[in-house]
Design a protein. Structure first.
Length: 114
């Protein structure tokens, strides 16, 4: 058991770029090891926030699917963040073609959490 609040509760309280970056960094690491969580499009149930962010519930995780942790998490965050969606979608498209640090950093910049 991990004590904390859901991602939705956290985001409704206000934007904390540090925690959002932490979640996306974890998603990027999962993408890099080719492990797709499978349920990060709804982070309410799969990310717990206390003094740090923790991704939980890997029941649906797979190494046999194309990874989409960063893209799924970013799509979820778009409902809460005030960022230029065109810039974010452009960065996400580039990232899907090349899962690399530079493309990931472009997403963070577009989200204004870098």
């Amino acid at each position: 058991y991990i004590d904390g609040v859901s991602m939705k509760e956290f985001l409704e309280r206000g934007n904390n770029a540090y925690i959002i970056k932490q979640v996306l960094d974890q998603c990027f690491r999962l993408d890099c090891i080719n492990l797709d969580h499978g349920e990060l499009s709804n982070m309410n149930k799969h990310v717990i926030i206390n003094d740090k962010a923790t991704i939980i519930d890997f029941d649906s995780a797979s190494i046999n699917r194309k990874v989409s942790n960063v893209t799924s998490a970013t799509q979820y965050l778009l409902n809460y963040l005030q960022s230029n969606k065109d810039d974010i979608f452009y960065a996400l498209r580039r990232y899907k073609h090349c899962i690399c640090k530079d493309c990931f950093d472009n997403i963070l910049t577009a989200l204004k959490v870098k």
